[in-house]
Write a protein that binds this ligand. Structure first.
Ligand code: G6P
Length: 362
């Protein structure tokens, strides 16, 4: 029944709307009433024996990995690298003594990731696949699997798998932190934060008609656009930009806001849309000043900011959540902007040209 569109015009909109439910499913599947995490102790033991985590993924899943790195490093203090699967095999980094591999993959079938896992198995390293598809190839071939329980994702552009992967990474980081006796881990109330995420996502999807209007005003006739942010917000804008470009064909870049002035600012013209995502107190002032620099050169700025760092003129204000998980709420307006920009241009948002849901060739 979940694979039916029902009253929705497109799967992508349905799947954006399902995200609060995905958060609740993950809480139900992985977190007991007493707050303890239901994850295989053998998996935690192997992860905790590792000196470094290597996250390998493609596309949107890679972007979920960028957030995962922050979670594992900040919450568990374990060094974590994130790699694009198609690069890893040919430009393999020097591995640590005891690596542990995490494959993030909605479908569990991406050839680029499968190729890396085959080598990892040959080398005898332990691995975990985080996937939405039970018994998928990457799930069968890895040492361990954790499922997303997000329900089938049909639209080519991934939405609920991204937020599901981030939420599950947070649950795993909590479990590993507890397992490793990291003193600060008790301050991270993962069930509470994911509940906040679910409620915040619901608030945002309930206001989708506002985003539809913003999309019409900001993105209507543009050929290009930029998303900017720093630190965690830089991880988020890379996914936000991919979403917009893949379904609307607006050439969009997700940029580290401080890096704009070192070249890319040359592309800013009268009315170029620049969307600033600001969820981090430490970087808010800097990103705002970078936005002012492009505004002075004619850019149209849209601010998407967390309540804590918002100013009264910011157009989209995000509900409260720990800054470590701000991606879960910040991505929702970006997904909706992409959806409406595509619809307003008359495209089939579920089936963008040249793209496949799962790419089984290298
Ligand atoms: C394809 C899809 C993307 C997806 C990527 C990785 O390119 O179009 O939406 O992010 O594959 O897929 P996976 O199933 O491994 O997450």
């Amino acid at each position: 029944a979940q694979a039916q569109k029902g009253a929705y015009p497109y799967y992508m909109l349905k799947e954006i709307d399902e995200q609060p439910g995905v958060m609740r499913n993950l809480i139900k599947e992985y977190i007991a009433a007493d707050g303890s995490i239901k994850i295989d102790q053998d998996l935690l033991k192997e992860m905790s024996a590792a000196d470094r985590l290597y996250i390998v993924a493609a596309g949107t899943s890679y972007h979920a990995g960028l957030v995962g790195k922050e979670l594992f490093e900040k919450l568990v203090k374990v060094p974590t690298e994130v790699h694009v699967a198609s690069e890893f095999g040919y430009n393999t980094p020097l591995l640590s003594k005891k690596p542990f591999f995490i494959f993030l993959t909605q479908s569990g079938e991406t050839a680029d990731s499968r190729q890396v896992l085959a080598q990892v198995n040959k080398d005898g390293y332990p691995s975990l696949t985080i996937t939405n598809v039970m018994n998928s190839t990457l799930s069968r071939e890895a040492t361990y699997t954790l499922l997303l329980y997000a329900g089938p994702e049909i639209a080519v552009a991934s939405t609920k798998a991204y937020t599901g992967q981030i939420a599950l990474e947070a649950i795993l980081a909590k479990a590993l932190g507890v397992h490793n006796n990291v003193p600060t881990i008790k301050d991270f109330d993962v069930a509470g934060e994911l509940t906040k995420a679910a409620n915040g996502m619901q608030e945002l999807v309930d206001e989708k008609s506002e985003i539809e209007k913003i999309a019409a005003a900001l993105l209507k006739d543009t050929r290009n656009a930029f998303y900017i942010g720093r630190a965690m917000d830089y991880a988020i804008v890379q996914e936000a930009a991919l979403k917009l470009k893949e379904v609307s064909y607006i050439q969009t870049e997700g940029f580290a806001s401080g890096e704009l002035k070192h070249g890319t600012i040359a592309l800013i013209q009268e009315n170029t849309p620049v969307i600033a995502i600001i969820t981090d107190k430490r970087t808010a002032a800097h990103t705002r000043s970078n936005a002012q620099e492009v505004k002075a050169r004619g850019a149209n700025i849209l601010y998407i900011a967390s309540r804590e760092v918002a100013t009264p003129t910011d157009q989209i204000v995000l509900p409260e959540i720990t800054p470590l998980l701000s991606a879960l709420v910040a991505i929702v307006p970006a997904q909706l902007l992409a959806y409406y920009a595509s619809i307003q241009r008359g495209y089939d948002v579920d089936k963008p040209r040249n793209l496949a849901k799962s790419v089984t060739v290298e």
